[in-house]
Design a protein around this ligand. Sequence first.
Ligand SMILES: Nc1ncnc2c1ncn2[C@@H]1O[C@H](COP(=O)(O)OP(=O)(O)OP(=O)(O)O)[C@@H](O)[C@H]1O
Length: 324
Amino acid sequence: MTDFNAFSDIVSTLAGPRASGLKVDNGQVSFVLDVAAMDAQQRDELDARLRTELQQAGAQSVRIVMTAERIAPRLIAVASGKGGVGKSTLSTNLAVAMALAGRSVGLVDADIYGPSQPRLMGAEDSKPEAEGNKLFPVKGAGGVPFLSMGQVAKPGQAIAWRGPMAGNALSQLVDAHWGNVRDIVVDMPPGTGDIQLSMIQKHKPMGAVIISTPQDLALMDAARAIGFFDTAKVPIIGLVENMAGYLCPHCGEMSDPFGSGGAEAAAAELGIPFLGRIPLDIAIRKASDAGVPPALGEGPIASAYGAIARQVIDWMDNPKAPPA
Ligand SMILES: Nc1ncnc2c1ncn2[C@@H]1O[C@H](COP(=O)(O)OP(=O)(O)OP(=O)(O)O)[C@@H](O)[C@H]1O
């Protein structure tokens, strides 16, 4: 049997009609694989089996072009009405917790005012490579690939951007070589202005997670963010309350510097799901600053992020219609 026939047998046995365009050139095997309607695990398993068996049969190299790679990943926006409420920290930990739950997930840092994901993902020194204009995401904490505005814009430069420029910069991050990534968490710039609107209009996210602290003013801002996504016809997945309740590391007493439960009450009033509460905990800031997302650890904080991630995953698997 010629090499071609041997390789062809393996490919058709394992992939059947999903495979097409088999080429063999000097031991280099290439073909197209239609992976539509397969989940990430099935795709990865099939990919691995094909490569192993072809190599065992003598292939020097194997190139598999997956057609589903052309399907654009789905975006989940993480947004806040104002800065400093923990939006970037939630974005990192949501992406990491989704990856731990088995999702093929990436992260885009669209926060042009203060891109912090390279630090939060523990990959400040990694720079993305490019093929022409197209970037390759960098591997961050928990193996989650990510791209950040901080990697494509000079510090301080983006502050002067107008909406269309911000929208184009976001395109560079979203239209990158995401490979098998199916879901991308997008850390949005805080607020509800022109910049955010341009980004949303250009890259319509599948849904939005809003984060707020329990304070009245922060909640008013969160309500504005919810109204903003309603107007842009992007469904709200739910509201997360951050910095709720402070557990004193010295005396063990729980106090509520910003109040507590306000976001849950506000979510009920606004008719949107409440996704959970993350306490104010110095360990979150320390781990985040060190580039080790707390979602990777164990204990109540990791569980809280895990529970939020599960609800986001459930929502993505059963999405709600956008607001009429
Ligand atoms: N639950 C928490 N407990 C303790 N510290 C937290 C918590 N959440 C976030 N922080 C800390 O608060 C600061 C602000 O968080 P983060 O950068 O995530 O906010 P942001 O809303 O994205 O801010 P910005 O608007 O500047 O982008 C960071 O130092 C972060 O480590």
